[in-house]
Ligand binder design. Sequence first.
Ligand code: NAD
Length: 336
Amino acid sequence: MTYIVTLIPGDGIGPELSEATVGVLEATGIGFAWEVQQAGEATIASEGTPLPERVVESIRRNGVAIKGPITTPVGTGFRSVNVGLRLALELYANVRPARSMVGVESRYTDVDLIIVRENTEDLYAGVEHRVGPDAAESIKIITRAASQRIARYAFEYALRNGRRKVTAVHKANIMKLSDGLFLESCGQVAAEYAGRVEFEDRIVDNMCMQLVQKPERYDVLVLPNLYGDIVSDLAAGLVGGLGVAPGSNIGETAAVFEAVHGSAPKYAGQNRANPTALILSSALMLRHLGETAAADRVESAVRSVIADGRVTTHDLGGRAGTREFASAVAERVRGT
Ligand code: NAD
């Protein structure tokens, strides 16, 4: 069986990381056919848009994509490709695991969080306008349908993966209507899972403090879009930074796997960036495809190469390049 996967190399460090990730995936022995689709800075000049329709069509056709980071040019009027893809393909769940790793320096050793971020509405719906020359409004959209859908995803994820608790994160004390509706919707869904998965809620500012003080108390977090974006970077910081934080964007009919980090232009083309986050994102893709054993092999290969400490990238205090690290991981995948 060969999986046809859309591969978007992306901008900045994206092409190097994509190449590294393809090498590791091919080491699993599973058959892949890569449908390479350029998007981002390169296609603005050649096709007049950073997100040509053919890219969306390719993902629709194949159902899965691996995506390198894409630069969002400031002030050009183009919408973020990342946000555009999530909306075009209705990738409503952004799932970002944050798990401590031996060999990655951090203040904690026992973090194991799953951030489930609603990906289609809130302040990212893109409804904003100027109100005269000196004021602007961005509209925060929260619906019961999207809130229940993301809450259900979080609870189903918890059940499937043996997780014990879901925490809904909000600011319903201030945004009583919008965040109030999010919280109410999560509570309604939680009632269906009573006795199987615990439920609690936290106000987002308190949540940030709690995560920094006692991250081990939390398990699966479910959040509206903006808080999810911010808290997932905080969670990445708890386990050693953006270089090791994977992610996935899941919809009913398509899924896009990408690192939490951006295109880090200062490291582009230098064989210096850490491919761990994209490689771990590709392991999430293997899991999504039902290739659980291969996903376990890729994850444990990454973990053991990093734990050994002989071949690690600069951000983790090592001297290996992107390619050398990826080769070491691929070799270990082949050997398991
Ligand atoms: P960034 O994640 O690119 O970089 C933040 C810091 O982390 C920098 O110091 C960078 O060098 C470092 N870093 C990031 N990834 C790394 C890796 N794999 N290995 C080693 N170090 C790494 O964030 P930014 O600088 O705010 O954004 C740069 C561009 O990326 C912007 O245009 C932004 O819009 C875009 N972006 C894209 C995505 C995406 O495609 N999903 C996500 C975030 C940001």
